[in-house]
Design a protein around this ligand. Structure first.
Ligand code: KPL
Length: 305
């Protein structure tokens, strides 16, 4: 299955590297010249359990050079999804599948604006990765990956993608309720990402302070309440789940933490900001999520001064 990954950052690199390592035909498409040039000339340097490995890979900033794709995976930042989708249309053939594994809410809608929704699949992943320098990433945490069809069917194509991911060491399940999975992952990002960005802590360190634990609990409880009111099924205790993932990715700086480290725009609008919007639509408030969204936005704006 020829795969093109839109987004050559930490997570695009991680999936691209793992799929290429087992012989998959994969292209990484990114707009950061240094990153793309390094990967296409020397390969992707992939650090796992302290050991670096160089994986020769195809990387480009000219999406047309990848030809047609069987599978397009979106790993760009959520605010870039619209642009990435219009760039990716050149890859499309009759049976191309467009799969988002991005964080947050709104990606499905952005993709379906330009692509027939029958070709679109949703997913989430519990893996964590850190971009150490251009062309060099660290695999910073393991977690299950779920993919699924928008209409809840368990299809052959979904099973084929899951098998391809599993063969690459990416433990993957096909879910008949992928929207619930997206919300469960959203709750994880709601509890970890902005807090690590603001405090400078790694994911697992959030568990070491009573203050961050209290804030995590407040953010996740609000979001779980919104999910419940929307009829989303949240399995088990969401706060426990967020703690577990913070522990499993202890050494990782969350993606929003990394955005802050590099003074980049964050995905706050599709994570905590999305909870605030969804709460408003339901006529309830989400003050912790509102406050953390406001704080992130003020700091983020100062990056651009
Ligand atoms: O999805 C993540 C992210 O950083 O965006 C987690 C699971 C929190 C891993 O860092």
């Amino acid at each position: 299955m020829k795969t093109v990954i839109m987004g050559a950052g930490a997570m695009g690199g991680l999936f691209g590297g793992l799929l290429t390592r087992v012989g998959g035909e994969v292209w990484l498409v990114g707009n950061k010249k240094e990153q793309v040039d390094t990967i296409s000339s020397v390969g992707l340097t992939f650090e796992e359990k302290g050991k670096p490995q160089i994986i020769p890979m195809k990387a480009t900033s000219d999406v047309a050079s990848a030809g047609k794709a069987d599978l397009v995976i979106f790993f760009v930042k959520t605010y870039d999804t619209g642009q990435a989708v219009s760039d990716a249309l050149i890859l499309e053939k009759e049976d191309t599948i467009f799969l988002t594994l991005q964080n947050g809410l709104g990606n499905e809608e952005a993709i379906c604006k330009a692509v027939d929704r029958k070709k679109v699949m949703l997913g989430i992943t519990g893996h964590g990765a850190t971009l150490l320098e251009p062309g060099r990433i660290r695999h910073a945490g393991q977690g299950k990956t779920f993919i699924g069809e928008l209409d809840h069917r368990i299809t052959d194509r979904a099973l084929r993608i899951a098998q391809m991911f599993c063969n690459a060491g990416i433990e993957t399940e096909v879910s008949p309720n992928i929207h619930d999975q997206v919300w469960q992952k959203l709750l994880v990002n709601v509890g970890i990402n902005a807090l690590t960005a603001l405090t400078g802590l790694k994911n697992g360190q959030l568990l070491d302070y009573p203050e961050t634990l209290r804030l995590m609990e407040a953010l996740v409880s609000e979001a779980a309440e919104v999910a419940k009111k929307k009829g989303i099924l949240i399995e088990g205790n969401p706060i426990e789940k967020v703690r577990k993932i913070a522990e499993a990715t202890r050494g990782n700086r969350s993606s929003m933490g990394q955005d802050f480290d590099y003074k980049r725009r964050t995905e706050i609008d599709s994570i905590n900001g999305a909870i605030v919007r969804e709460a408003k639509n339901l006529g309830i408030s989400a003050p912790y999520n509102q406050m953390i969204t406001d704080l992130i936005k003020v700091i983020e704006n100062r990056f651009q001064i």
